[in-house]
Design a protein around this ligand. Structure first.
Ligand code: AMP
Ligand code: MN
Ligand code: MN
Ligand code: MN
Length: 283
């Protein structure tokens, strides 16, 4: 059976295709009962999603997905049940978003060097007021015929060593976990199976994350294969971390997994929502 809880997805506030309201409606139609919206480095969609939730029978949970640099790699840390009005968190996310704009200009300069002009303006037009992410550059490059689809565009232009990649310094792991906790939230390592860390660094990450007060890791996510569900269920147990579930839905055609199709956690897992009032009526 599919899980009725989804604690990771994106709206037009970051790189998703649906507005916060439409995303809540879509989640409800897909059988989701408890939903967290987790836009990249931005909490400004939470109010609209929260207001829409009761109209669709959804229990809404505040969320954010913070970009972090750890050992020169980019990791994503999800914050759940954060206070979206918390000043320290808001200020820190403001800084990250300013950094995103500078990075986008550098990315465009890199693409210009290989003959692709106007990428900053093009990506910005697609982003339409939202933060600028690599997804928007990907869509610009596809729409302008530089590659055939969003999958190949990352490999060709937007990953390390390619012309549109910029090695950016995001927030530190300690700061991200600290801000999430200080705003009343629970910190969760997003899609741990996606980072090419190697065994030692993965164990170091879990240890360090736990030492800062991290709460959980995503065990079931659109980015993991079924064997990885088992692998990370064991990892969570080993480090006494709770487990989370999320589709990482970005919209039709932009997602690894549809909403409402995310498998349940392995039974050995302690859910990150085990003491949440929002989740008490889940079947
Ligand atoms: P950014 O935070 O600006 O680096 O953008 C990262 C976003 O790009 C992710 O959240 C995904 O939505 C998307 N993304 C990253 N890598 C890929 C990939 N290989 N294929 C498709 N989308 C990707
Ligand atoms: Mn994204
Ligand atoms: Mn992510
Ligand atoms: Mn995500």
């Amino acid at each position: 059976m599919a899980a009725q809880i989804d604690l990771h997805c994106h709206s037009t506030i970051s790189d998703g295709l649906l507005s916060p309201e439409d995303l809540v409606a879509h989640a409800a139609k897909s059988g989701v009962k408890v939903l967290a919206l987790t836009d990249h480095d931005d909490v400004s969609g939470l109010k609209a999603a929260r207001e829409a939730a009761p109209r669709h029978g959804i229990q809404f949970v505040n969320g954010v997905e913070i970009s972090v640099t750890w050992k020169r790699r980019t990791l994503h840390i999800v914050g759940l049940k954060i206070d979206s009005e918390n000043i320290a968190l808001r200020n820190a996310l403001d800084r990250v978003r300013i950094g995103r704009d500078e990075r986008a200009q550098e990315m465009a300069a890199g693409l210009a060097k290989v003959g692709i002009a106007g990428a900053y303006e093009g990506a910005k037009a697609i982003a339409n007021q939202s933060i600028l992410t690599r997804s928007h550059f990907a869509q610009f490059l596809v729409q302008n015929g530089h590659v055939k689809d969003v999958k190949s565009v990352f490999k060709k232009y937007l990953v390390k060593g390619k012309p549109g990649f910029v090695d950016h310094q995001w927030m530190s792991l300690e700061e991200a976990v600290g801000l999430i906790r200080a705003s009343g939230g629970s910190a969760v390592v997003a899609h741990p199976g996606r980072y090419d860390l190697g065994t030692i660094n993965m164990l170091l990450l879990m240890h360090e994350f736990r030492s800062y007060g991290g709460a959980a890791i995503e065990v079931v996510t659109g980015s993991h294969t079924p064997p990885q569900y088992q692998q990370f269920a064991k990892m969570a147990h080993r480090f006494s971390l709770k487990s989370s579930i999320g589709s990482d839905y970005h919209g039709p055609g932009l997602s690894y997994m549809a909403m409402g199709c995310v498998p349940e956690l392995p039974v050995s897992c302690v859910p990150v929502w085990d003491d949440w009032p929002e989740a008490q009526y889940l079947d």
